[in-house]
Ligand binder design. Structure first.
Ligand code: ZN
Ligand code: ZN
Length: 124
């Protein structure tokens, strides 16, 4: 049954996110979900990612210079840490932006985004 298979694929992709607390690349999702669904392909992962983005179940994590990662939508404000050695992206709780930049007159900040770079414990 095609529908059943589609549901299983989507469930496996969702559970890849439930099993981890860091943003995942499509390749990482494939690796994690492949154990649950035989023959899962990267194209299928991408197709489900678009659906989950559209449903607001996922959101994209854009970090310059690396492929897009995905994480559960609606999380609290947080930042990301990118390991320069293994390329994994981790979630950093809270806000590291303690210093308020001095803006020219008339400017108002509505949000910010930044990524920490370094080496994760697994790579040290
Ligand atoms: Zn690492
Ligand atoms: Zn922040």
């Amino acid at each position: 049954m095609t529908t059943q298979r589609n549901t299983r694929q989507k469930q496996a992709i969702r559970s890849a996110f439930d099993k981890t607390d860091r943003p995942l690349s499509p390749e990482e999702i494939l690796q994690s979900a492949r154990g649950d669904v035989k023959g899962l392909s990267l194209a299928t992962v991408y197709r489900n990612l678009s659906a989950l983005l559209e449903e607001d179940w996922l959101q994209a994590v854009e970090i310059p210079g690396i492929p897009t990662r995905y994480e559960r939508a609606g999380k609290e404000h947080h930042h990301h840490f990118h390991c320069n050695t293994c390329g994994k992206v981790y979630e950093v709780a809270g806000c590291a932006m303690q210093v308020k930049p001095r803006l020219p007159r008339g400017f108002r900040i509505t949000g910010h985004e930044f990524t920490l770079f370094g080496v994760c414990p697994d790579c040290q």
